[in-house]
Design a binder for this molecule. Structure first.
Ligand SMILES: Cc1cc2nc3c(=O)[nH]c(=O)nc-3n(C[C@H](O)[C@H](O)[C@H](O)COP(=O)(O)O)c2cc1C
Length: 189
């Protein structure tokens, strides 16, 4: 018998472990596929909006993820109105698609200052656009950057559901739910 390349995919626990390993690697390694998830939100018209972000933290115990953003970004307004988000990652190394559903909390002001104080000057330049993110411009570079802790926001994602699709020699799909204490359920791929 041919040993399976990704042994972990054979059990629900193994799959669930692997999702958190890949998320942790995304936080730690800028070249890992988990570094750049797609974050999807819903806008005021009910339209889905998807964009690339950097994964900044992944806490398995709490089942939370963190993304940093500018307070004026549309995504912040979107989750203020509709506090749900989806995260999508295709990890081509693990042959693993991860689809995560979350409720979102926006952190600004005092609670984010300890994080702000750890950011490099270069990183701070991503927060504090003048005019605000998404404003129309007469020319592509007609904007300023004033690194500003008041413009810095952390999106805290409380994961509610994780869906994993492993495309190995066999295809396996499973769903894990927080309200089921992260118990897993196999699904038809
Ligand atoms: C590789 C990459 C990484 C990005 N990381 C972030 C990020 O961590 N936070 C963020 O707000 N935008 C990030 N962006 C920009 C977003 O994709 C998006 O263009 C911007 O945040 C405006 O989105 P919004 O108007 O939907 O809020 C990144 C873009 C790329 C291409």
């Amino acid at each position: 018998m041919h040993p399976e390349q990704h042994d972990w995919a054979r059990s629900l626990d193994g799959l669930h472990d692997q999702v958190w390993k890949r998320l942790a690697r995304g936080v730690a390694d800028r070249r890992a596929p988990g570094r750049h998830p797609t974050l999807a939100t819903v806008d005021a018209q009910g339209m889905p909006q998807a964009r690339t972000v950097v994964l900044r933290a992944a806490d398995r115990e709490a089942a939370t993820l963190r993304v940093y953003t500018d307070r004026t970004a549309d995504k912040v307004e979107e989750v203020r109105n509709t506090p749900w988000a989806a995260i999508h990652i295709w990890d081509n190394v693990a042959h693993l698609q991860m689809r995560l559903s979350a409720t979102v909390t926006i952190l600004t002001g005092e609670p984010v200052l300890p994080v702000w104080s750890q950011l490099s000057d270069h990183a701070r330049r991503c927060y504090g656009f003048q005019p605000g993110s998404g404003a129309p411009l007469a020319d592509g570079l007609d904007y300023d950057r004033w690194p500003d802790p008041g413009a810095f926001a952390i999106l805290q994602l409380q994961l509610e559901q994780i869906e994993a699709l492993h495309l190995g020699h066999h295809h396996r799909r499973a769903r894990f739910r927080r309200d089921d204490q992260w118990g897993g359920q196999w699904l038809v791929p």
